[in-house]
Design a protein around this ligand. Structure first.
Ligand SMILES: *Cc1c(COP(=O)(O)O)cnc(C)c1O
Length: 359
């Protein structure tokens, strides 16, 4: 039996996508073999790959000025590859630290560029997004890096920060495709697939084409954006199954009405859960209201002694993977695109019931 899976990642996928994948697993489109067993250079797979890219471009409104790369290595690899592709080691880059992931990005970039942490909300225990006016950007930075949605701390930029003429780079691993954004405001958007797109192992990098000409550092062709762009993301074997699954999820998203429609639904889901938390004296969320994530909702119970009981009974009610990140504690409900409103409603109902019997 399928349950409601609130995992932060790898995360829940649309059931219809899984069923479709299951149905064509042994024999993909009458070829007598699975999609995993096809050469990445075969006509069959190239069509899968091209259709996925076309659908992603359509969903996000990505213009021809951008290249879309389907890479391996996870979002974490991009923490190093962004500075390596764009900068010399003597250059400077600005980092906005609003949670665990942007902190890691800043820390791992240090080997490849001078990192200026232009804002850091760790003093608030990562419960805020600082205003751009308060950022201490350096005069000569190559780019400004943000994490649009902090998966661990449940902190999200409410829109695209206006950095003027500066080059904005965003880790959107846990918020890509969850609401409409203006891609043209970004130099690079990158995302690991396992939150809102598909299985782990695929990393999407959307890069403005003029940036491919930047003199970066000496790196392997499989890590070089320009080389990967020239090879159609196939300078070596790409993660074919992940790419295929991503294409299925993009098709599913189009059937749901696209990013605008799913954005409205995501707002509704988040609203339902945050109201349940705010209207109770038993549950609490520490994040400033204007910085609350629509995707990852951390919350605590009145006493941590009840955490295990909560998780146990939630599991019995088919609500799984609600344990908070070890660095934050409490609970975390990740409610990505494929989580239906009925799943959030079931969680909210369970929370009310638990409060009544244990509060
Ligand atoms: C999950 C996540 C990452 C790390 O992704 P990996 O695929 O494990 O490298 C980075 N940034 C954000 C915002 C994430 O949610």
């Amino acid at each position: 039996m399928r349950v409601y899976n609130f995992s932060a990642g790898p995360a829940t996928l649309p059931e219809s996508v899984l069923t479709e994948v299951q149905a064509e697993l042994l024999d993909f489109q009458g070829t007598g073999i699975s999609v995993m067993e096809h050469s990445h250079r075969s006509k069959t797979f190239v069509e899968v790959a091209e259709t996925a890219e076309k659908d992603l471009r359509e969903l996000m409104g990505i213009s021809d000025e951008y290249s879309v790369l389907f890479l391996q290595g996870g979002a974490t690899s991009q923490f190093s590859l962004v500075p390596q592709n764009l900068c010399q080691a003597t250059d400077t880059a600005d980092y906005i630290v609003t949670g665990q992931w942007s902190k890691k990005a800043a820390s791992q970039a240090k080997t490849f560029v001078n990192v200026n942490v232009a804002a850091d909300t760790s003093a608030s225990k990562f419960t805020q997004v600082p205003e751009v006016a308060a950022w201490n950007l350096s005069d000569n930075s190559e780019y400004v890096h943000i994490c649009s949605n902090e998966t661990v701390h449940g902190v999200e930029f409410s829109g695209t920060p206006d950095v003027g003429n500066r080059l904005l780079i965003a880790d959107m691993s846990s918020s890509i495709l969850s609401q409409e954004i203006d891609v043209s405001k970004y130099g690079i958007i990158y995302a690991g697939a396992q939150k809102n797109i598909g299985p782990a192992g695929l990393t999407i990098v959307i890069v403005r084409k003029d940036l491919l000409e930047r003199a970066g550092q000496n790196i392997s062709p499989v890590f070089n954006y320009k080389a990967m762009d020239a090879a159609g993301s196939m300078s070596n074997t790409p993660p074919t199954f992940g790419w295929y699954m991503a294409g299925k999820v993009f098709k599913w998203l189009k059937e749901q009405g696209g990013v605008s429609a799913i954005g409205d639904l995501n707002a509704k889901k988040a609203q339902l859960l945050y109201s349940a938390i705010d209207n109770s004296d038993f549950y609490a969320n520490p994040v400033a209201v204007n910085a609350r994530s629509r995707m990852n909702v951390p919350f605590t119970l009145a006493t941590p002694e009840l955490d295990d009981k909560f998780l146990e009974l939630a599991g019995k009610a088919s609500l799984t993977n609600l344990k908070g990140h070890r660095s934050v504690g409490g609970m975390r409900a990740s409610i990505y695109n494929p989580m239906p409103l009925t799943g959030v409603q079931a969680l909210v109902d369970f929370m009310a019931e638990f409060e009544k019997s244990h509060g």
